[in-house]
Design a protein. Structure first.
Ligand SMILES: [Zn+2]
Length: 465
């Protein structure tokens, strides 16, 4: 099992080295005949640094003048973003020169002199808009290099650009008693419905359909946890059953889009029935946005409930490495797949598992539903066959549960039929090279092309079973 935790590599390495140095003697005692490097690897099986970056979201209640100033700041950021993108495009088109974030930031002063409206926003907020251009470029070329065909970064319209970020807490954004003090905006009322853990690093103000929010990105103190000894579980996600567990449990799919189809359709019709540019149309658009937000929140809440139930009961979690973008191209299933939002669910599951000291690991997806979990024989099924019946050994089970058991077997890297379900992580002395694991991909929280995939960070402390 390779685990890519979510934290900056340098910090983790430093913390890991320190921890290993402290416990090297005990690790060496466990494996007297291995080199120091092996000792570190062996030690890394027992402890893992828990991810340290989290986001806390709170509602804010700006006064009407404050709201106006926030809109102005958004508009200024959008202008700078679009300028930065155009600057890069033109420089390349006419001079074949590529520029950097630092270079563009040094132009901000001149830009402010020409466009006085930019003075309405804090300097860091504008720099962050340029940083977003830089990030868009970086990820575009990164995906090009990996063989994907991404879309080129686009200019942002008013309705798309909806947030601005203070990149340094305490500089432009801070707490002033019970209120949030934002530079050039004022003392904004905030509903602190829960305590903020950790140290606040950045502060993002975001406009949503139902009002304004603030998002604090915090760094939590790294925690060392022993690798948990709880039973592993395999999960098969699907459309009929949202998630089938290798233990035999099945979570039904709530199909929220279908359940709310009438309301969404009515709201949509209202928008299209009203004259473009009219006040009534704007109100209808607002209503439609609220309806979509309601569905999205219900879905998110459902995902959190399911993920919570799984991570509190099981240790390592094995899932299929799904190529969701490829699956969505299937016209008949695309809506149902988007509605289920497996990608979002797996990200939530991954984050919760990390907090619980466990991990989500993706295994090769090919043919998980066409194999018998008991004997490993091929068991051909069409999508409409809901039962797994093995002609070789006679094992009968629900189709999705059988697939979940195959996934678990693949994740544990054992020949099938060894009673998947009562497995513990291997003992420390078992050499890493002897396992016969099939391709295992780590799960990352970002939306990479395969959804489950390269985070671009090397695992500082990888655990190879
Ligand atoms: Zn069988």
């Amino acid at each position: 099992m390779r685990v890519y935790p979510r934290y900056p590599r340098r910090e983790a390495l430093a913390a890991g080295r320190e921890e290993v140095a402290r416990s090297r003697s005990s690790a060496l005692r466990l494996c007297p005949d291995v080199s120091c490097y092996d000792a570190i690897r062996s030690y890394a099986r027992f402890v893992r640094l828990i991810g340290t970056r989290r986001t806390f979201e709170f509602r804010i209640k700006p006064s009407p003048p404050q709201e106006r100033r926030m809109e102005q700041a958004l508009e200024a950021c959008r202008f700078v973003f679009n300028w930065g993108l155009e600057d890069r495009k033109c420089l390349w088109q006419y001079c074949q020169v590529s520029t950097t974030f630092e270079d563009q930031s040094s132009y901000l002063k001149d830009l402010k002199r020409i466009h006085s409206s930019l003075q309405e926003a804090h300097a860091h907020v504008l720099q962050d808009a340029l940083k977003r251009v830089d990030r868009a470029y970086q990820s575009f070329f990164k995906r090009c290099r990996s063989g994907a065909r991404p879309g080129f970064p686009r200019f942002k319209g008013r309705s798309v650009y909806s947030s601005f970020t203070f990149k340094e807490w305490g500089n432009g954004a801070s707490f002033d008693g019970k209120r949030l003090l934002l530079s050039k905006i004022g003392r904004v009322r905030i509903r602190l419905h829960r305590p903020i853990e950790g140290e606040i690093k950045t502060c993002t103000v975001k406009r949503r359909a139902d009002g304004w929010y603030v998002l604090f990105s915090v760094v939590l103190q790294p925690v060392w946890r022993s690798i948990d000894e709880r039973d592993p579980v395999g999960i098969d996600v699907g459309i009929q059953t949202f998630a089938a567990l290798s233990t035999g449990e099945r979570v039904p799919n709530p199909r929220l889009l279908t359940a709310n189809a009438n309301r969404l359709r009515a709201a949509n019709r209202k928008v299209h029935g009203r004259a473009p540019g009219s006040v009534r149309r704007r109100k209808a658009v607002q209503h439609l946005a609220l309806e979509h937000q309601r569905v999205a929140r219900a879905r998110r809440s459902f995902h959190h409930c399911v993920a919570n139930s799984i991570t509190t009961r099981f240790g390592p979690i094995y899932v299929e490495a799904l190529r969701i973008q490829a699956l969505v191209k299937n016209r008949r299933l695309s809506e149902a797949i988007s509605d289920a939002s497996w990608g979002l669910f797996l990200r939530i599951l991954s984050s919760k598992a990390e907090s619980a000291g466990s991990a989500v690991v993706a295994v090769e997806a090919r043919g998980t539903s066409q194999e018998c979990p008991e004997c490993g024989a091929a068991a051909k099924k069409r999508l409409s066959d809901r039962q797994h019946r093995c002609t070789n050994c006679g094992y009968t089970a629900d189709r999705d549960v059988a697939a979940a058991r195959v996934i678990l077997g693949r994740g544990l890297g054992r020949p099938v039929g060894e009673g998947a379900g009562s497995h513990r992580l291997p003992a420390i002395r078992e050499p890493a090279s002897q396992t016969t694991r099939r391709s295992v991909t780590p799960l990352g929280p970002d939306k990479s092309e395969v959804m489950v995939g390269a985070r671009g960070i090397e695992p500082p402390l990888s655990c190879d079973n």
